[in-house]
Design a binder for this molecule. Structure first.
Ligand code: FEO
Length: 398
């Protein structure tokens, strides 16, 4: 049995990366990542869907030639141009000099720009709903802009009922033997999907929703995204996670993010957490912003309904580790949260004001803000308790 043949005529030729520590030089990869690529063979023509990251070109080319038994590839379909998927384009052209590159009108200039390919005869431009016949096997193209670059598109292999979805439905985690969800324990890929979505695609929620809605009429049994397992049995779960994240629809729970230089702001954060617990909140994820990764903080903030953020004043502004987090919330246009903020200071009360204004600008449900000078005292402890009351009262998911 060739476990890389997903269905007759469709091969997986992606590669695993267990070496890169930071995806996009930003996001930790504790379990690695896969760069997925696929070969679709028709009776008369063969197509390759996307390639892999440049550093994995050699392994990829071996896989394309040996595992899929390919002598000629007629078309390279580019669903997504980000270099983790387009990096092996030059190797593919070297190996298959007559190959035609297929993308939409935004894709082609990107290919030319990244890889300096000048020959216009090399390219075929497709638009929404265009098709390509491989001989008894039809590829149908749907553009899905901004998930997560403007050129992104999806490709359906109509007869074989497999949808190549680009970044949508992707997740972190290298593949461990199996390729298709039914052959693997996928629990940790689903957990990583929250981090992948919120970190990478999070800013483009409305586009992700539009993409999901744009493929509603398509008939497929398999989804091959650019990262992670091929979804087959778990398509409903994966679809639901994506729909929820793209709609900013929260789960029950509260994320507490804080920065603290000497422990005084940490004490405020811990006090908030105790007050939440006293009021029955069970899922509380607390992050010291100087220690936790930004990636995990963004992921939890996307996932849970409540968000409490606190920081000291530092150089007259917000403590940098927390500022990085609040910037991430602003760029991702975070929505549907109950939020409370606290700022601590010694002589300059900048942080409470900045936090209040930052989250105020995001149009969230605001349960309150507290400024604490130096350390908690009885009066501020009572005010925290009061805010916790309001905060828990505003949570809709109990
Ligand atoms: Fe894995 Fe947006 O690329």
């Amino acid at each position: 049995m060739n476990i890389r043949e997903i269905i007759p005529g469709v091969h997986y030729v992606g590669v695993n990366d267990r070496t890169t520590r930071l995806f996009e030089a930003l996001w930790p990869l504790p379990y690695g990542v896969s760069y997925n690529s696929y070969i679709v063979k028709g009776c008369s023509k063969t197509a390759l869907i996307d390639t892999v990251e440049l550093g994995h070109s050699r392994e990829f080319m071996q896989r394309v030639k040996l595992e899929a038994g390919i002598e000629k590839i007629d078309y390279l379909i580019i669903n997504h141009m980000e270099p983790d998927h387009s990096g092996a384009i030059p190797s593919i052209i070297d190996a298959f000099p007559d190959i035609k590159i297929i993308g939409n009108k935004i894709t082609i200039p990107m290919v030319k720009g990244f890889y300096h390919i000048k020959d216009d005869n090399r390219f075929i431009t497709v638009a929404d709903n265009d098709t390509l016949d491989l001989g008894g096997c039809t590829l149908l193209f749907r553009t899905t802009p901004m998930v997560h670059w403007p050129e992104t598109m999806m490709t359906l292999c109509v007869e074989k009922k497999i949808l190549f979805s680009g970044d949508v439905f992707g997740t972190f985690g290298a593949l461990a033997g199996g390729i298709i969800d039914r052959d693997m324990d996928c629990s940790h890929y689903l957990d990583e999907m929250y981090r992948y979505y919120s970190n990478i695609v999070g800013k483009y929620g409305r586009f992700a929703l539009a993409a999901v809605s744009k493929i509603k009429d398509l008939d497929y049994d398999y989804i091959g995204s650019t990262h992670g397992p091929i979804w087959h049995e778990m398509i409903p779960e994966v679809m639901e996670i994506t729909r929820r994240l793209a709609s900013y629809e929260p789960e029950k729970g509260v994320t507490v993010i804080y920065g603290s230089m000497y422990g005084n702001t940490a004490e405020i954060a811990e006090t908030f957490a105790c007050e939440l617990s006293k009021r029955g909140v069970k899922k509380i994820a607390i992050h010291n912003a100087s220690v936790s990764s930004l990636s995990d903080m963004i992921s939890d903030a996307f996932r849970y309904e409540g968000l409490i953020v606190g920081a000291p004043t530092y150089n007259g502004t917000l403590f940098p580790a927390v500022k990085q987090f609040t910037d991430a919330m602003v760029t991702r246009e975070i929505r549907n949260k109950v939020v409370a903020t606290f700022g601590s200071y010694t002589w300059a009360p900048a942080s409470p004001k900045i936090l209040d204004e930052t989250f105020g600008s995001l149009n969230l449900k605001n349960a309150g803000n507290i400024a604490i000078k130096q350390t908690i005292d009885d009066e501020t402890a009572a005010k925290i308790s009061e805010i916790a009351d309001t905060f828990v009262g505003m949570l809709t998911l109990k």
